[in-house]
Design a protein around this ligand. Structure first.
Ligand code: S3P
Ligand code: PEP
Length: 438
């Protein structure tokens, strides 16, 4: 893993901007794209090369998990090189550390069922409380042997499973379905999975899963449906069994990791450009420009990248973020700086992520004087005078970056454990300093 060149002070003094921020900021590769590409390359026959892949805590954990399952993963100067090799473990027991990475916890148990031998899964204390049981129940229904309903748990790999049709309540996390789909080409009968339950969050990530599976040679059919309609058909995904092909693939920049830098332009009336912003992408972060425009920013996709300029004012936002929940913390930072109230909706599932993000944003930003109430499915934010305070990100990378955005306009904010940003943006403190120095 690439580590920061210097260890930042703890607590980290969030720098204040002394004028409009103007910078070009190159963000690292997509966590979700990298971890899907690693999983698909691991399950493929042959050698794959992943260029522009993210090297951060979550992707290093994914690489470690796949190595434990018998996959060869090396890094050269420009790429991660993956030699697919699932199922060649000869029954040796092994263990996987999922850290606090939802993608590792939800994507690798379904793969472990294809290998030969016991695989023990555990992670950070928080991971023992993040939703997993619906995925484990589905794996059992498909023929896997799994001991436990939460971490720590053991998947007793028998070299393959039957597969077939299954229902999953994924209303707490779309990853519960993505995890099944990504392993499904290796199951004897493939998998047909239907979501039965409340609203499905983070829908674009299921599109990403389907798109990436197809790019690796899998056959996937999807049927839209309305889980809220008991008389109608539930949304369903069908993956046919078959080999995956190794590939050479470029990973897009992580649009979520761009969010705090774009927000810096909006918060300070400056201008930030993110190179290589994709014109077409399955990443939900593609919705960020529209959301920032609704708060008063100007955005433009130029040949140099996505350019965001702060407008004449910064206004409150009323938006359903169910598809793009990861943007909610940074949008909350802008909302507490805005001149009118905000309402962020459709994000009840954020209570179950790295931390209870709704409670944490209200409590921690409340220390600054922010007026935030937690609603049934999100946050209500009203303008209020702000002052500095020491803030705890509660081991949540997006909260730490959110505090940095508020700190641009509110002097005296310090952030405990800024290194927690290493989950997705290992160089965050250095990138933030470079943006301000540009
Ligand atoms: O599939 C993925 O790569 C992700 C799906 C989302 O999870 P939820 O469906 O739990 O919101 C998202 O929040 C997470 O950061 C990445
Ligand atoms: C929710 C997130 O991560 P995870 O993959 O751990 O669910 C996130 O990155 O905002």
């Amino acid at each position: 893993m690439t580590t920061a060149t210097r260890v930042p002070a703890d607590p980290w003094p969030a720098p204040t901007a002394h004028g409009p921020v103007r910078a070009v900021v190159r963000v690292p590769g997509s966590k979700s794209g990298t971890n899907r590409a690693l999983v698909l390359a691991a399950a493929a026959d042959g050698v794959s090369r992943l260029r522009g892949a993210l090297r951060s805590r979550d992707t290093v954990l994914m690489a470690g998990a796949l190595r434990a399952l018998g996959v060869g993963i090396d890094q050269d100067e420009s790429a991660w090189v993956v030699r697919g090799g699932l199922g060649r473990r000869d029954g040796t027991p092994t263990a996987i550390d999922c850290g606090n990475a939802g993608t590792v916890a939800r994507f690798t148990p379904a793969l472990a069922a294809l290998t030969d031998g016991d695989v023990t899964f555990d992670g950070d204390p928080r991971m023992r409380h993040r939703p997993l049981t619906p995925l484990l129940d589905a794996l059992r229904a498909l023929g896997a042997v799994v001991d436990g309903d939460t971490m720590p748990l053991v998947v007793r790999g028998r070299g393959g499973i039957t597969g077939g049709a299954v229902t999953v309540d994924a209303s707490d996390s779309s990853q519960l379905i993505s995890g099944l789909l990504l392993a499904a080409p290796g199951y004897d009968q493939g998998v047909e999975v239907s979501h039965v339950g409340g609203r499905l969050p983070s829908g674009p990530y299921l599109d990403m899963t389907v798109t990436d599976l197809r790019a690796a040679g899998a056959t996937v059919e999807t049927e839209p449906g309305d889980p809220a309609d008991p008389t109608g058909k539930p949304p369903t995904w069908r993956v046919t069994p078959g080999p995956l092909r190794a590939y050479d693939r470029a990973i897009e920049p992580d649009l979520n990791s761009a969010a705090p830098f774009l927000a810096a332009a909006v918060a300070t009336g400056g201008e930030v450009t993110i190179p290589d912003w994709p014109a077409v992408t399955t990443q939900p972060g593609r919705m960020l420009p529209g959301l920032l425009e609704a708060m008063g920013a100007h955005t433009e996709l130029t040949p140099e990248g996505l350019r965001v300029r702060g407008g004449d004012g910064l206004h409150g936002l009323d938006a359903d973020l169910g598809d793009v929940g990861e943007a909610a913390p940074v949008l909350t930072a802008l909302a507490v700086l805005a001149d009118s109230p905000s309402r962020l909706r459709g994000i009840a599932h954020l209570r179950l992520q790295e931390t209870d993000r709704l409670g944490a944003l209200a409590d921690q930003l409340g220390r600054l004087g922010a007026d935030i109430s937690v609603t049934e499915d999100g946050l209500a934010i009203r303008p209020a005078p702000l002052r500095g305070a020491r803030l705890d990100p509660l081991a949540d990378h997006r909260l730490a970056m959110t505090y940095a955005v508020v700190g641009l306009r509110v002097p005296g904010i310090t952030v405990d454990d800024i290194a927690t940003t290493g989950k997705t943006v290992p160089e965050f403190p250095a990138m933030w300093a470079a943006m301000l120095a540009a």
